[in-house]
Design a protein around this ligand. Sequence first.
Ligand code: SF4
Length: 388
Amino acid sequence: MTEYIASYDKSKLGIYIHFPYCVHKCSYCDFYSLGMGKNPILPQKKLFESYKNEFLQRLKLEPNLKNFSVETFFIGGGTPSMAEEDLVFELVQFLKNELNFISNFEFTMEANPEDISKEKIEKLISIGVNRLNVGVQSFSKTFLKTLDRYYDEEKYLSLLETLSSSKMNRIGIDLIYGISEQSLEDFLDDLNLALKYRLNHISLYSLTVEKGTDYFRKVESNKAAPPNEELQTLILQKLPTLLKEKNFNHYEVSNYAKKNEYSIHNLKYWKFENYLSLGPSAHGFTLKGRYANTKSIEKYLKNEFSFEYESSLNNFTEFALSALRLFCKIDFNSFEEILGTNFYKVEELIKNWQVNKLCFYHNKIFQWNEEAIFDLDSRILEFSMLEP
Ligand code: SF4
């Protein structure tokens, strides 16, 4: 297979569903998610009915959604592995009746370790899930405690074996680094353990302090230590080489994948392509513009959705903010419509970066060099200043 080159295709659509429930609300998490405890009784039927109602209303506003090819269906959260599989299946069938899904669409579910078992994975495969992404964050009980994660020891111990011996096509995990008191060795223990198993995708996130979270309040009042930024920089330096040795390609700031195992859905966010999002707090991007749904589950269950669309930033700046996070090759030809009349200025800047060994550029194919990651925000700002 040839090397992946990110290009822009406006005929394709992704669908995102936000499932807002979790067992426990982690203190560092700024997603819209609600800790419900173990074995909660959730209004799942009602929630899935609301997804359908929201969809039908958006379709009325935007009938041209029917003209897109749906390439991806992604259910994230929250912890969507808590959702009843039958309801997820039914929702996909419902959407398939309304929209034009490609036959082998990518069907991703995010999951948490406590929900993973051989039987669970089999059920997910039976409803069509072909990509499973598990939020592991760490294998260390100590650091999971620091992160205030729910921890089921038995599930964590058998997790990688259960995942890699399953028939799930694509398996990815998320790990967090830079947790206070974590050492480089601690993080490498986590990473190396994961790399012994069959994985197609790894997302590696540095711990951040997000406003509005419990962790933010604790750090502000000196009740919790902030992330270890020195360690984060050190790890960031080591990751590309470490993962390259294991055949993982760095394709976005925090994401690594085996050849052609990139997340097609997540690439839509960075490639500036359209995605229809449903659910409380879900953010979508369609031809009508960007929208953010209500952040209240109570309102959502009463079918109170938000239909304000805004075209906000201009396309040029949005391109800079999203596509320039990619570390795989990018075909600038396909983005010509967005880069527009300003293309000669873009090329001037890129050539300057090239002289400074920050990127590769040939025949309008662009790629960052790994060193660019350390000052990426400034480079993106420089690019967006070229806005016509
Ligand atoms: S399990 Fe994930 S989504 Fe839920 S609170 Fe924790 S970090 Fe957030």
